[in-house]
Design a protein around this ligand. Structure first.
Ligand code: NGS
Length: 286
C-alpha cells in the first residue's frame, strides 16, 4: 500500500516545466489604455492574483522566477492601467512572478536607476528570483510574445514604442523596459546610483554591459511593441544637467557605484492586492 501511495501522489519535482506560453496566447494584444480605478482592477483580478501582486502556474513548473520592478512617484493613474494590462500577459507567459513598485519619497529629483537597484534587493528578500524585468510605469506592452522570462540576457524589451513611430530611436538605447538574469545584473553591479533627474542612466547601463563583454539582445520590432501613456501630471523631474559628463566615467565608476554602494531607508512596505509597494527615502544618497 505504501508503494502504491508513492506512485499515485504527485511530487512537485515530477511536474513538467511549463511551455513558454500557455494555450490561448494572443500575439498582438488588444491593449486597453483608458483610465480605470485601481479598486475596479482589483475586483477583476484579485480572484487569481495573490496578495503582493504574485502569480505562478499550478499545472506545471514555471521556467523561471521573475520579479517585475517598477520605479514610481505620483503616477497612480498610469499604475492602474499598467497593472490591468500586465498581469494577464505575465500569466499567459506561465511565469512565477511578483510585481514590485518602488516609490521614491519626498521631492528630490527622481532617481530611476537607484529605484531599480532597490527593487532588485527587496525582491530577493521575498524569493530567489533569477530574472528581473526593469520597467517604466508608462509603458504598456502590445504583444504577449514579448518574453518577460529572460530568454536571453541582457535584453532590451521596449524596442518599438508608439511615441518613436515604433522604431528604435538609436542603436544603443536601453531605456523603457529591459531584463537581466540575476548573474548578469550582479556582474555589472546593477545600475549607477548617481543619475538624479531625467536621462543618461540607461546609457550608463549600456556602457556597463559592453564593458563586461555582454551583448544586448532584443525581440523583433513586431513583437517588442509598446504604447506610452500620456502623463496626467506635469513632469516634476528636470533633465540631469551633468549627465553627459557622468557618461564619460561609466566604466571607472562601475565597480564602486551600484548594488554595492546602495543606501536607502524603507518608509513603508505594503503588499497591496495587485502589487507590492515599497516606499523608500533616498535623499541621504544625494
Ligand atoms: C537620450 C537619453 C536617454 C533616454 C533617450 C530616450 O538622449 O536617457 O534619450 O529618451 N540620454 C541622455 O540624456 C544622455 S525618451 O525620449 O524616451 O524620453 O532614454
Amino acid at each position: 500500500a505504501g508503494a502504491n501511495r508513492e506512485r499515485n501522489s504527485t511530487h512537485p519535482e515530477d511536474i513538467a516545466f511549463c511551455p513558454t506560453f500557455s494555450q490561448g496566447r494572443a500575439g498582438a494584444l488588444d491593449v486597453n489604455v483608458t483610465q480605470v480605478r485601481m479598486v475596479d482592477v482589483e475586483k477583476d483580478m484579485s480572484s487569481w492574483v495573490s496578495e503582493g501582486g504574485c502569480w505562478k502556474p499550478s499545472e506545471c513548473k514555471a521556467r523561471v522566477k521573475m520579479s517585475l520592478i517598477i520605479p514610481y512617484r505620483n503616477r497612480y493613474e498610469q499604475l492602474s492601467i499598467l497593472v490591468r494590462n500586465i498581469h494577464p500577459m505575465l500569466k499567459r507567459q506561465n511565469l512565477d512572478y511578483r510585481m514590485i513598485v518602488i516609490e521614491q519619497a519626498g521631492d528630490t529629483p527622481f532617481n530611476r536607476a537607484m529605484l531599480f537597484n532597490i527593487g532588485y534587493q527587496e525582491a530577493l528578500k521575498f524569493d530567489n528570483y533569477t530574472c528581473f524585468v526593469f520597467h517604466d510605469v508608462d509603458l504598456i506592452p502590445e504583444d504577449d510574445r514579448n518574453d518577460y522570462g529572460c530568454p536571453s540576457s541582457p535584453r532590451h524589451l521596449s524596442v518599438a514604442v508608439d511615441k518613436f513611430d515604433y522604431r528604435l530611436p538609436y542603436d544603443t538605447i536601453f531605456g523603457g523596459a529591459g531584463s537581466f538574469t540575476k548573474d548578469d545584473f550582479q556582474l555589472i553591479n546593477g545600475f549607477s546610483n548617481q543619475f538624479w533627474g531625467w536621462g543618461g542612466e540607461d546609457d550608463d547601463l549600456f556602457n556597463r554591459i559592453t564593458a563586461k563583454g555582454l551583448r544586448l539582445t532584443r525581440p523583433s520590432l513586431r513583437v517588442g511593441r509598446y504604447k506610452m501613456l500620456k502623463a496626467f501630471h506635469r513632469r516634476t523631474s528636470k533633465a540631469d544637467p551633468i549627465r553627459h559628463a557622468k557618461l564619460e566615467t561609466s566604466v571607472d565608476r562601475m565597480s564602486s557605484d551600484g548594488l554595492n554602494s546602495l543606501h536607502y531607508i524603507i518608509e513603508n512596505l505594503t503588499e497591496h492586492p495587485l502589487y507590492t509597494l515599497v516606499k523608500v527615502d533616498v535623499k541621504d544618497a544625494l
